[in-house]
Design a protein around this ligand. Structure first.
Ligand code: FDP
Length: 397
């Protein structure tokens, strides 16, 4: 008979995740098991009986390690909720996960392998491509095509959409930014991959219109952040879950179950260097963050300049991330399909909001694959405030 860790008197931490069938064992448990084994190991006993007892105990700790909620197990669990599912989506996600692991490994080795540097080409936005951008793009295109489950791919690094060869075609369209925040590569600051998944409307008539759908039609979205740890945050439309790559296992383990963004935050995140060109509502909002008139404390400013990292912090700590329109960039900077939509999808799934300055971000219908949009996303109450400022401006117009 197996006993639960708590029955054996071992420390457990399960966060707010409490599904009776599948409870994750957190990294903390792994670390405490490891520390326990280390302590046991350092207290070497000379008696053979004591050593044998020690050996059995260490195996028990190892057996414990195998009861992990890996991302594959999580997605398979989700799949069982859809009787009609044939596992195609699970296969697609496993290929995305593979791409993330590959890019994570390349990012970690970048300084050593001299991968950093300009590839000598410019991308659609006229930005110089880094070698890692090129590599990440190729990794994801290969991983997605070889899944046999995709039909259209849109990457930030490719001006044109990729239409998968009919022989390898599946029913999903994937939009992605293979390496977002690339200006942060050279200084080792967190960067990431962002992705969104649509279902093709008609597999026999595959046109670009399949990816020019509003964000609310996405089936799933997520990002992988290559930072102090490698974290993959995913929503398949049923809440948001975060997984951390355990490098010793090569597996993403559920470490942030059922992420909910705080209703109101204490942080705002924006490139204030653009302030002189902001519109009225954005300027008023940031002024309110710094000099609140209702007696509340000013908000803190945090801005990394990598969307994945700024959004990840916003999701976990609450607050608002904004990349507004300004006089120089009337449509903002961030791209609708593979930046604004996936992040807005995650925010809504976590209980927050995402607004473009005119409408709910996920209601936007893009007309071009590399279209940009202003974006305000984060805690519900904070986004309500910016919405009220735009509504007030509209009513005075
Ligand atoms: P980057 O240009 O470094 O690739 O859209 C890309 C992005 O980074 C986002 O990740 C980030 O949020 C934003 O641009 C930063 O833009 P600014 O440098 O204008 O603040």
């Amino acid at each position: 008979m197996t006993t639960k860790p708590e029955q054996r008197g071992e420390a457990t931490w399960r966060g707010s995740f409490d599904r009776s069938a599948d409870r994750p064992i957190s990294l903390l448990v792994l670390i405490s098991s490891a520390l326990l084994s280390y302590k046991r190991g350092s207290n070497i006993s000379s008696s053979p009986q004591a050593r044998e007892k020690q050996r059995i105990m260490d195996h028990a700790a190892d057996a414990h390690r195998t009861d992990l909620m890996t991302i594959t197990r999580h997605v398979l669990n989700e799949q069982t909720k859809h009787a009609e599912s044939r596992g195609d989506f699970t296969i697609l996600l496993s290929h995305i996960v593979l791409g993330c692991k590959f890019v994570c490994s390349a990012v970690n080795k970048a300084g050593l392998a001299k991968l950093i540097g300009l590839a000598g080409e410019t991308n659609v936005q006229g930005e110089e491509q880094k070698k890692l951008d090129v590599l990440s793009h190729e990794v994801f295109v290969n991983a997605l095509i070889s899944s046999g489950r995709t039909c259209i791919l849109v990457s930030e690094e490719d001006e044109e959409a990729t239409f998968v060869d009919p022989a390898l075609r599946g029913k999903y369209c994937v939009v992605f930014d293979p390496l977002d925040g690339s200006s942060n590569i050279d200084c080792g600051v967190s960067i990431g991959t962002i992705f969104g998944i649509y279902m093709v409307k008609d597999k026999n008539e595959v046109t670009i219109n399949n990816v020019l759908q509003p964000g609310k039609n996405m089936l799933a979205a997520g990002y992988c952040m290559y930072g102090s740890s490698c974290t993959l945050v995913l929503s398949t439309g049923n809440g948001v879950n975060g997984f951390t790559l355990d490098p010793s296992l090569g597996e993403f383990i559920l470490t942030h179950p059922n992420i909910k963004i705080p209703k109101k935050g204490k942080i705002y995140s924006v490139n204030e260097g653009n302030a002189k060109n902001w519109d009225g509502p954005t300027a008023k909002f940031v002024e309110k963050c710094k000099f609140p008139k209702d007696g509340s404390s000013p908000k803190s400013l945090r801005y990394i300049g990598s969307m994945v990292a700024d959004v990840h912090r916003t999701l976990l700590y609450g607050g608002i991330f904004l990349y507004p329109a300004d006089k120089k960039s009337p449509n903002g900077k961030l791209r609708v399909l593979y930046e604004v939509f996936p992040m807005s999808f995650l925010m809504e799934q976590a209980g927050g909001q995402a607004f473009t300055g005119k409408q709910r971000a996920l209601d936007l219908v893009p007309t071009k694959i590399h279209q940009r949009s202003p974006i305000f996303l984060g805690s519900y109450d904070d986004v309500e405030e910016i919405k009220a400022l735009y509504a007030a401006e509209e009513s005075h117009a």
